[in-house]
Design a protein around this ligand. Sequence first.
Ligand SMILES: Nc1ncnc2c1ncn2[C@@H]1O[C@H](COP(=O)(O)OP(=O)(O)OP(=O)(O)O)[C@@H](O)[C@H]1O
Ligand SMILES: [Mg+2]
Length: 483
Amino acid sequence: MEDQLATQALRESEELHRVTLLNMSDAVFITDDHGIFTFICPNADLIFGYGPDEIRTMERISHLLGRELVDRELLATSGEIRNIEHEITTKHGAHRALLVHIKKVSIKRGTTLYTCRDVSERKDAERTLRRNEERLTLALEAASMGTWDWDIPTGRMTWSPQTHRLLGDANGSHAPSFASFLGRVDAADRERVSRTMAQAMEGAASYETEFRVHGYDDSERWVLGKGKALKNGKPLRMIGVFVDLTARHHIERELQELSGRLIHAHEEERIRLSRELHDDLAQRVALHAAELTLLRGRLKDASPDVHEQIAALSKQTAGIGAALHRLSHELHPARLSALGLDASIRSLCRNVTEAHKLAIDVAISGNSTAVDSDAALCIYRITQEALQNVVKHSGASRATVTLSIQDSNIRLTVGDDGAGFNQDAVKGKDTLGLVSMRERARLVRGQIEVTSSPGHGTRVDVRVPLSMPEASHLTNSPEDKSV
Ligand SMILES: Nc1ncnc2c1ncn2[C@@H]1O[C@H](COP(=O)(O)OP(=O)(O)OP(=O)(O)O)[C@@H](O)[C@H]1O
Ligand SMILES: [Mg+2]
């Protein structure tokens, strides 16, 4: 009875093994010490394409696998050899990547157990992943982008080769770390970069910021840093890219210098024209007026209509003289330094009101003597252009000019409640007014904002620092300083 039970248990166990082997995707073989098969699993054809009978006729496992895989000495000492990567060709000519484990056993008259797993799909996926990574690296490098990855709990950071290069470490000899990255950031930008990244980390958010780096090789670069923080309760990881903006910055700087020079040349040309008008034409007109007065004195006996004609000519001449004078002052606001910004703006507004019948509410507060000459010229020219625009485009009969000189800033607002305009629609327009207002503000480190929409009027807001840390190019010749 006990024998029967034991035989039954054995049969069941064998059946279980058979079913398990059949349902496994791995192929299992047992061989003797010479590699001759003593067991071939029934499902070997799944991987090899050959059925058990065909495999048996091959006699040795080296014939099936294409070569001897086992290092007998190693197997004898360690009892097991795992993860041998091996490629085979199936009965149907397909290539398969296998992972083979070999183990010393003593079953079915055999001594060596081979388990072969098909890892072709995984290998293909790995290959595709690697190819994609290579493409991504190529694209990032083409865009001058480096990547980095920061594991917060361990503090470990990795930099892509391009990141090493951006930080002036072409050989990759410096160990990546957040501290070594921050050490390369320009001292003036360091605190801001560190704070921006810390805030992103706190909020598990993205960030974007520009800064300068001083590379290990003493190079100086402009970099855009973009990154994203990942959190799982605690800060976990931060990943990001660095984009090399150096070339763009050089071009931008050159363009800015060029527009600064153009505005400077423009100012000089206005000064020259203003002098021509004032010193030559206006003087000649004044002489003309004086001669007309003399002539009138000499023609005492002439008829009244001759006198009337001469009086009319004198009046016209005086009018031309006044217009020339005004124009000359508009071109070169000589009173700006003599009278100060306050009086010059009031005079400008008065002239516009007289010439164009535009009522202007002027409100000026603060001490304009503290205003630096570049800042004053900038505010004066912007007011001039903004008022010209009100006259030319708004159709408004009233405008406001508000100037407030504060401790460190000058604030100017020129507003009208006229036609307004769509700012997107004028972007491509070939006009200079708005562009030069912006450029003038930028040259004195100021900010300008134009708010307008059709039917709702226009407002130009400007904020300019009271004085510049270093001299600008607008009024830098001794003569120009008198503007
Ligand atoms: N106050 C305003 N009211 C209505 N439209 C305006 C006003 N200011 C500007 N615009 C619109 O914006 C456009 C651009 O202004 P901008 O000063 O650059 O050029 P412009 O005055 O036409 O020519 P330019 O100033 O070069 O002589 C104008 O053509 C006009 O359509
Ligand atoms: Mg204009």
